[in-house]
Each structure stands twice: as structure tokens, then as C-alpha cells.
Design a protein around this ligand. Structure first.
Ligand code: ADP
Length: 488
């Protein structure tokens, strides 16, 4: 089955978070199951810079002019492969992607509607240029939602797309691609189709993917339920309830080779479930890096995250002095909303021997924190899946999570009796006092060393490999292709 994967970010070339990681790891896992994959992604400046730092093949395929609905723009197509696989990757290069960052702040760039329309047009062009029929088009998030609309608006006349089935994965329903209605002409859609993107008088790009894709997935089973409720639906819960029949939740995974404390070259020491001495060395080294000098045995809490409202750190900030009073230390790596960046920096200034904060996106430091911390804080207000809790568990750092979205599907909180299965800590309501109580449970569990070691062993044994997720996607592809009359 020929599967084309279209996404705004693909690791390791370009990524800002979970979307990029999933779109790098899932195709590799699908290829291992024998699928014929092609990835198409923008040639962001971040990807250009990746190629300038790595010796890795990159070939020019062609230069061409896109023409549609009275618009035109030049693009280049370049070809490479996903590292350590033979999965081909086609980059769509255009001036629109030659910018310092992939996105601008929270709202994105003002011209993202136009940039991602160009990208979607480029995906079509790449497939037509390669000339191989596409059995399944797998699109991700609002940036590529438009491809699902194009599939239903004449694209099927082209032999490459005549029997293409479509799967649209929503990694985060809150990012919808909303724009003023008068910009719709750029999409090049006939009026009845454009009307289907209409939402409160404007354009809502993710709606196009939701309505038109044959199958819809989100990145955890619990999130699939939550988005059908007014609290979790980001304004689209009614639509999600209508679409319920074609919606599936498939939990993301992590690559066990890439996330392996036994071999990770960025760690000062290595360890595995049976030999945990290296974990202590990682913690010692991290505490040194943080400048913490206390000799007491304290649990080291870590945060490695985008610092945005979604992640629930306001619940921690208001209780932070009390949590530190319990005897915890905190190390933070992240960036995003200036409010959180400044609040954490102020906390670090106020408690320099207990709190250390780094702002930025630094994969090596992220790994040292994941390995060196005892607890990873993930108190999200909502969480479609979350990868950080899985990475933390693999590195023997117990996640403290709010029971929401994919965190429900991946973490079993310690409840005082479930020592055989508990692999972290969890609380329910998004209230500071609940987070504080969960921290008191962490501290009392910390005193009971055999219990702590047991929960840590449970966490390290949890298997979140991509193979399980890839099999679920493969089954869904099969079903979709059969329904679309394509070749399986
Ligand atoms: P989201 O996709 O909502 O940002 P996830 O937990 O799904 O959250 O994925 C975040 C990914 O980005 C994880 O792999 C995490 O290790 C990584 N990450 C988050 N913040 C940073 C950072 N500041 N530096 C390096 N890696 C980070």
C-alpha cells in the first residue's frame, strides 16, 4: 500500500514538539511493518540548518511554478530519506518557509493560511511528479487539512489520486487555523466546498479535514472522548459528536532505541532497570549543573515542556513555595508564553538553591533532565497524548500528571494500594490544592525507598513502542483503502 504522509513538521529535520516527533517516528515504524511510505514536508529553515549540520543526502528533484485559481508561486522539490530508514522524504521549498522559526508565537504567522495552502499544493504536485498512485493520504493537523478538501474537489480526476483514501490525524484540536472569511479565495475552492470550512463567519481549516477525511484519528483514546464534550472540544465538540462514527483514538509511542538510558550518548552515565547506579550519577551531575548544593536526599522535580496555558503550570506556580517547603527541588527547561517564562525565572531568583530554569529548546539538556530528575511534572489542563511522560518513565523519572487525555491512557497513579501497577502520580481537578496534595504523596512515597523503587521499575517496564501504534494505524489504513476502492 502506497501511503503519503503530509505534515508541517517531521523530526529530525524540523520539530517544535509532539507533531514533529510523531511524524518522524510513525512512518519509520510503518515502514518496518512493510508499508511503502513517502513523507512530504515543508523545507523550513530549521530543516535547511539540519542539513548544514549533518552529512545526509539531499537532491534537487525539480523547480516548478504552482498555478491555481489565478494565483501562482514558484517552488522547488527536494528529495532525501528519513535517517536510519529507507523512507523517502520530499521537501517543498518556497520563500514562505524560509523563516527563522516554523511558527510565530501562539497565533502563528499572519500568512500561515497562504503558506500552508502553498504547501498542500506542493504535496499534490510532488505526488503527480512522482506519478505513483497514492492509496492512502495521511494528513496531520490543520496545516494539511486542506488536502482532504482538495481530494473531494476534483483532485480525483488525476490518476494518481483517483482511488486515494484519506486519514486525518488531529494532534491538538485547539490549533484550528482560523482566518477571516475574505481570505478564502486563495484556497482555490468552489463556493459550496469553501462554505464547509465556514465557522462563525470565518474560515476554520481543521474543519475541512474533519468533515472531508474518510477516517479521523486523535492521539489517545481518552482524548477521542474528551473532544466530544463542551469542556474538551475547543468549540468543535458538536462537530466531533457528529463525526464520532469515523473517529478513533490511537496512543502515540516513543522509539525505544532513540529513548534508551542504556545507550543515550547525551547522558553523563547510563543505566537500565536492573542497574540504576547510573541514574544516581545523572541526578548528581544535573544537580551540579543546576548549582544545587544541599546534601539532603530530596526528590528532584523536572519540567521539560512548552510553557503555555495548556500545560497547567499555573497550578504549580501558585503552590511552588509550599511544594519546595515539602523538600523538593525543581529544574525547568522550556519556553513559550512570556508569563510562564518570567514566573519561573522569578522563582529561580527567589529560590536559587532549589529552582533552576533554562529557557529554550535544547534536546541534549532535555535528556539530562529527564534522566536526572526523580519526578516529571505534567499537570496539563488538556493533553491530547503527551510524550514527555513516556520518555520520563523510560528513564526512571515518575510522572506526576493530571488525569486528562493521553495522560490517563499512559500513567497509573499511586493510590496507596496499587504497587504492582502504579507507575506515577495523578490528580483530577485542575486546582492548585490538588496538585499540592499530589506533591505531598510524592514526598511521602519518596521516604519509602522500596516502594519508590517498585513504582520506578513499573514505569521503566511500561512499553510505549511505536510498533503497537503503527499496527493500529496500519489496520485503519487497510479499512480506509478498502472503503475507497483502492489497492490494499
Ligand atoms: P507537545 O507536543 O504538546 O509540546 P509532548 O509531550 O507531546 O508535548 O511533546 C513534547 C516533546 O518535545 C517531547 O519529546 C519533549 O521531550 C520535547 N520538548 C519539550 N520541550 C522541550 C525543550 N524545551 N527542549 C527540548 N525538548 C523539549
Amino acid at each position: 500500500m502506497r501511503v503519503v504522509f503530509a505534515a508541517a513538521e517531521v523530526a529530525p529535520f524540523s520539530r517544535t514538539g509532539g507533531l514533529g516527533e510523531v511524524c518522524g517516528a510513525l512512518p519509520a515504524a510503518l515502514a518496518r511493518l512493510g508499508h511503502d511510505l513517502l513523507i512530504v514536508t515543508p523545507f523550513h529553515r530549521m530543516a535547511q540548518s539540519w542539513f548544514s549540520r549533518h552529512v545526509h543526502s539531499l537532491e534537487e528533484m525539480t523547480t516548478l511554478e504552482l498555478h491555481w485559481a489565478g494565483w501562482h508561486t514558484p517552488i522547488r522539490l527536494l528529495r532525501s530519506v528519513l535517517p536510519a530508514t529507507d523512507v523517502p522524504v520530499v521537501f517543498v521549498a518556497a520563500d514562505a518557509f524560509d523563516r527563522d522559526s516554523i511558527y510565530a508565537g501562539f497565533g502563528g504567522f499572519d500568512d500561515d493560511l497562504e503558506r500552508y495552502t502553498i504547501f498542500c499544493r506542493g504535496v499534490i504536485e510532488a505526488c503527480e511528479w512522482l506519478g505513483q498512485p497514492v492509496d492512502l493520504l495521511h494528513t496531520h493537523d490543520w496545516h494539511t487539512a486542506l488536502l482532504n478538501v482538495y481530494l473531494e474537489s476534483g483532485l480525483r480526476q488525476h490518476p494518481v489520486f483517483s482511488r486515494t483514501g484519506s486519514v486525518f490525524t488531529i494532534h491538538n484540536l485547539h490549533y484550528q487555523g482560523r482566518y477571516a472569511g475574505d481570505r478564502g479565495a486563495f484556497l482555490g475552492l468552489a463556493e459550496p466546498l469553501r462554505a464547509r470550512l465556514e465557522d462563525h463567519g470565518g474560515l476554520n481549516m481543521i474543519k475541512g479535514g474533519i468533515v472531508h477525511a474518510r477516517r479521523l484519528t486523535v492521539v489517545s483514546p481518552t482524548y477521542a472522548h474528551e473532544i466530544q464534550t463542551p469542556e474538551g472540544g475547543a468549540g468543535l465538540d458538536g462537530l466531533m459528536r457528529e463525526m464520532y462514527g469515523k473517529l478513533t483514538g490511537i496512543l502515540n509511542g516513543i522509539d525505544p532505541d532513540e529513548w534508551n538510558p542504556e545507550t543515550d550518548p547525551s547522558l553523563p552515565a547510563r543505566f537500565a532497570a536492573g542497574t540504576m547506579r547510573g541514574k544516581n550519577s545523572c541526578k548528581l551531575a544535573l544537580r551540579r549543573e543546576c548549582g544545587f548544593r544541599s546534601r539532603h536526599s530530596r526528590p528532584l522535580f523536572g519540567i521539560v515542556s512548552r510553557l503555555v496555558d495548556q500545560k497547567g503550570f499555573d497550578l504549580l506556580l501558585s503552590e511552588l513555595p509550599a511544594v519546595l517547603d515539602l523538600g523538593a527541588e525543581l529544574v525547568v527547561l522550556g519556553g513559550g508564553d512570556p508569563y510562564y517564562e518570567e514566573s519561573f525565572q522569578r522563582a529561580a531568583e527567589r529560590f536559587p538553591d532549589r529552582v533552576r530554569v533554562w529557557l529554550g529548546f535544547e534536546p541534549g539538556l532535555a535528556r539530562r533532565i529527564i534522566a536526572g530528575s526523580d519526578v516529571m511534572l505534567v499537570p496539563s489542563r488538556y493533553e491530547p497524548c503527551g510524550l514527555i511522560q513516556m520518555q520520563a518513565m523510560r528513564y526512571g523519572s515518575l510522572p506526576l500528571v493530571r488525569r486528562v487525555g493521553g495522560l490517563v491512557d499512559s500513567v497509573t497513579g499511586w493510590n496507596g494500594t496499587n504497587r504492582n501497577v502504579a507507575n506515577g502520580f495523578a490528580f483530577d481537578e485542575p486546582k492548585p490544592i490538588e496538585l499540592f496534595h499530589a506533591c505531598t504523596t510524592v514526598l511521602s512515597t519518596w521516604q519509602d525507598r522500596p516502594l519508590w523503587r517498585r513504582l520506578r521499575a513499573n514505569a521503566m517496564a511500561a512499553g510505549f513502542s511505536w510498533e503497537r501504534s503503527a499496527k493500529a494505524y496500519a489496520e485503519l489504513y487497510q479499512l480506509t483503502v478498502e472503503q475507497s476502492g483502492g489497492t490494499a
